[in-house]
Design a protein around this ligand. Sequence first.
Ligand SMILES: [Zn+2]
Length: 272
Amino acid sequence: MIAVILILAALALLIFSQRYAWWRPAVDYRYPRILMYHMVAEHRKGARFNKLRVRPGMFERQVRWLKEQGWHFASMTDLMQNRKLPEKTVVITFDDGYADNYLQAYPVLKKYGAKATLYLVVDRFDRDWSTSKKAHHDSGELMHEPKLSDDQVREMLASGLVELGGHTLTHANLAKLDREARTREVVSGREQLQQTFGQPVSSFAYPFGIYDEQDVSICAEAGFLSAVTTEEGINRDRFSDPYRLKRVKISGKDSMLAFRLRMKTGQRGWKR
Ligand SMILES: [Zn+2]
C-alpha cells in the first residue's frame, strides 16, 4: 500500500515537473521580457481560440504581480532606443486590435501605470484572418470578435501608456504574397497608422509569426526599428538581430504559477 502511494506521488511530481519545469534556472534579469497577448476576455464555451483569451481577472493579477515584483514597464520603442534599461524590464504587447484591449486591459494598464505596445491591423473589421493561415479555421470566431475603433485607439494613445506597432494592412499571410504585395502590406500598413493616429510607428509584428529573409529586409527598409515574432523565448541580444525578436507567450490557459515561470525562463514547461 505504501509503495503504491509512493509510486503515485513520484509520478505526480514527475508530471508536475515536466509540465512546469520549475527547476529551470532563470534567464538573467538584465534581458528584457517581451510578452505577447491577444485578447483580455472571458473564455467562450467550445471556442477554438481560448488560448488567446487571458481572463480579465487573471490579466490584472499578472500586471499587479509584475508591479509588486519591481518589473519596469517599457514600450517597444523604449526597448530599441535604450541600450541600458533597468533589470527586470518588461514590454507588454497586444496583437491585432481587439476591443477588449480597450475595455478590459486598458483600465488595468492605467491602474498600475503599465505601458503596452499595440500591434494594430489597419483593416481589421469583418476580416477572418484565421483562415489565411489554415483554411479549416473557418469558424468566423476571430472575425466576429469586436475590434478596437479608431477612437478607442486614440484614447489609449493619448494616455501615453500605449504605443502603436505595425501588423500589416489586412493581417496577411506574407508567405503567400510576392515581394510587391508584401511590401504594400508592411509599408502602407505603417504609413496608414501614422497618418490616422499621428504617431510614429517603430515596431512591427509578423502576422501569424510567419516571415522569411525577404520580410526581414522589407521591415528594415520600411524604417521599423524592430520586428517581433511568435517564437518563444527571451532575447539575449536584441540589437544584433532586431527583426527576429522572440516573445514570451501568455496563454489564456496559464495559471499564475505558469505565468511566473514564463517570466523566469521565457517559456512554460519542458521545451528544448
Ligand atoms: Zn495577429
